[in-house]
Design a protein around this ligand. Structure first.
Ligand SMILES: *Cc1c(COP(=O)(O)O)cnc(C)c1O
Length: 234
């Protein structure tokens, strides 16, 4: 094993242990939490090292970078996640490459995905991104508008909503991030309580390198971890 492979394998093991520990202390089954390794800062060597470490769910935040990596890597187990803002003119090329779009942040984007997916009679699994931090620089639905939009979203037959995605406010740490995760979980519970046919709310995609353990304690089913998987040293 190269030094890079060893370093990344060690980081993956550590993060998986932290995920398991956070799940156990909140009375959850560790297997109910998926790790998406975010590769936006790194190149192909690091991606291959992740695959060697049996990290098969990978996330990218920029469509062009996603396409590049998808084209470069053919591996039977890889599953890509789109986690960043998706411009509508990039939808067509992105959809066939991904297993889940986390970052659906507007009705117009959802409608575009629906139209494109309809061409091939596909159904695209998506999450609705919520701007729980209320940060005007961030994308996402406002928590207040989602309930009234759900019936319209449910009418889009070529998308399938599986839950919500969100981020703590910029500059949060593992302590100060908690209220944002609570807010997203409570919103998820409220929306599933409404029970719009065709809308599922089983997934909560929340938690990054600095706060994924807190996110798991608050109910995350998918954590999106980048930076710490590539750090050096102990
Ligand atoms: C970059 C990014 C992450 C991972 O962040 P790290 O701090 O590197 O773990 C997670 N989610 C989204 C949407 C991102 O853009």
């Amino acid at each position: 094993m190269s030094e890079l492979q060893q370093q990344i394998a060690g980081n993956v093991t550590r993060v998986r242990e932290q995920i398991d520990a956070a799940a156990r202390r909140s009375g959850r089954d560790p297997r109910s939490i998926r790790l998406v390794a975010v590769t936006k800062y790194v190149g192909l060597n690091e991606v291959l090292a992740l695959l060697d470490a049996r990290c098969f769910e990978l996330g990218e935040s920029r469509p062009q970078e996603l396409w590049k990596k998808v084209d470069a890597i053919s591996h039977p187990h890889v599953q890509w996640h789109m986690i960043g803002h998706l411009q509508r003119n990039k939808v067509r090329r992105t959809l066939p490459a991904v297993r889940l779009v986390h970052s659906c942040d507007s009705l117009r984007l959802l409608q575009t995905i629906d139209t494109e997916a309809g061409r091939d009679a596909h159904v695209i699994p998506v999450l609705l991104e919520v701007n729980v931090a209320g940060d005007t620089a961030k994308h996402g639905f406002s928590p207040d508008e989602l309930a009234s939009l759900l019936p319209t979203i449910a009418d889009l037959r070529h998308i399938k909503v599986h839950g919500l995605m969100g981020m703590a406010a910029r500059g949060s740490d593992r302590v100060t991030a908690r209220p944002y995760f609570v807010r997203l979980r409570e919103l998820r519970d409220r929306l599933s309580g409404i029970g719009v046919p065709g809308i599922q709310m089983e997934e909560l995609s929340m938690g990054m390198s600095g706060d994924f353990e807190t996110a798991i304690e608050e109910g995350a089913t998918i954590v999106r971890v980048g930076k710490t998987l590539f750090s050096g040293g102990p």
